[in-house]
Design a protein around this ligand. Structure first.
Ligand code: GLU
Length: 285
C-alpha cells in the first residue's frame, strides 16, 4: 500500500488537513505500507515556500513521517505537458477562450432539468467546442478543455473505481459512471489553464501514477471529481488506485473548514499549548 497526503502550500494547515493526513498515515501504517507527502504547488501564483515549511513542521509535530525529498508539482511540469500532448494528439482537447462570465451568460437560459454545476463548477455549455478535433501542434498558454463526449467514446469498458470510504450520499463499493452521466453531470472540464499549465485534475492523475499510489485517501468533497480522474487514467493508460473518501471536519456551525479558516490552524493550537494527542481527539481519531 502506498498513499499520500497532498496539501497545497497556500495557507495554514488546519484541523481538516490534520485529520486527512493522520487518517491516511494511520491506515497505511496499519497495512505496513508507505505514506508519502506531496506538495501540490502547481498554482505558483498562490503557493508560498513559507507555507510549505510551516506545513511540514506541523505534520512532523503531529507525528507524521515520509520519505524525503517529497515530490513537488512545480518540479514536474514536463510530465503534465506530455500528458496534455497525448490527449491533444488523441483529438480530445480544444482551446477555450470563454470567461466565467461568458459561461454564466450562456447558461442563463438552461435546458429544463439540466444541472448547472458539476464537480468542476459550472457545466460548460460548449461554446468553444469545435465540430471536428483541432489539428496541428498543441497551442500553449491557452485554456484547454476535454471534449467529454469524444473522450467517453474512447472507452472500451464502463468507467468504474473502487470506493472503500463513502461519497456524500453514502456511495461505496464499485462506483460506476455512464457516458451520459459524464457528459450531463460533468461536461467539458478544464485540463490546462492559461496561467498554470495543467489543471488539478490532470496533475493529480499524473502525480498519483508517477508515485505508484495504490490508495488515495482524501476528503469527501473530492468524491464527485474522482470520476474525472478515473476517466483521465483510462485515457492515459494509467492505473486507477483504490479511493477512500473520508468525512469532512466541520466548524461548530456545520460548515466545512476552508484554507483561510485560520482559527483552526494547527500552528495556533500549538501556540496555545495543545498536544498532538489533543488534536487527534479533536478530529475524532
Ligand atoms: N491539493 C489538493 C487539495 O488540497 C489535493 C487533493 C487530493 O488529495 O487529490 O485539495
Amino acid at each position: 500500500m502506498r498513499s499520500r497526503f497532498a496539501p497545497s502550500p497556500t495557507g495554514p494547515l488546519h484541523l481538516g488537513h490534520a485529520y486527512s493526513a493522520l487518517l491516511a498515515s494511520d491506515m497505511t501504517r496499519a497495512a505496513g505500507g508507505t505514506f508519502l507527502l506531496r506538495i501540490d504547488d502547481l498554482d505558483q501564483s498562490r503557493a508560498r515556500p513559507e507555507w510549505e515549511v510551516q506545513l511540514k513542521d506541523d505534520l512532523h509535530w503531529l507525528g507524521l513521517d515520509w520519505p524525503e525529498p517529497c515530490r513537488r508539482e512545480s518540479e514536474h511540469l514536463g510530465e503534465y505537458e506530455a500528458a496534455l500532448d497525448r490527449l491533444w494528439q488523441m483529438g480530445l482537447l480544444y482551446p477555450c477562450t470563454c470567461t466565467r462570465r461568458d459561461i454564466r451568460e450562456a447558461l442563463s437560459a438552461p435546458q429544463e432539468g439540466a444541472p448547472l454545476t458539476g464537480p468542476d463548477g459550472l457545466i460548460y455549455p460548449g461554446t468553444c467546442r469545435p465540430d471536428t478535433p483541432p489539428t496541428g501542434p498543441r497551442p500553449q498558454d491557452v485554456t484547454l478543455r476535454l471534449d467529454m463526449a469524444r473522450a467517453c467514446a474512447k472507452l472500451t469498458a464502463p468507467l468504474t473505481f473502487a470506493e472503500t470510504g463513502a461519497g456524500p450520499d453514502g456511495q461505496s463499493g464499485t462506483i460506476s459512471a455512464s457516458n451520459d452521466e459524464m457528459i450531463r453531470d460533468i461536461g467539458d472540464v478544464v485540463v490546462a489553464r492559461r496561467d498554470m499549465g495543467a489543471s488539478y485534475h490532470l496533475a493529480v492523475v499524473v502525480d498519483d501514477a508517477a508515485q505508484a499510489i495504490t490508495h488515495v485517501i482524501r476528503g469527501r468533497d473530492l468524491f464527485d471529481a474522482t470520476r474525472i480522474h478515473a476517466l483521465l487514467q483510462r485515457l492515459l493508460d494509467l492505473p486507477t488506485p483504490v479511493y477512500h473518501h473520508h468525512r469532512l471536519i466541520r466548524d461548530e456551525h456545520g460548515k466545512r473548514l476552508a484554507k483561510r479558516d485560520d482559527a483552526r490552524a494547527i500552528a495556533l493550537y500549538r501556540s496555545e499549548g495543545k498536544s498532538p494527542q489533543q488534536i487527534r481527539a479533536m478530529v475524532g481519531l
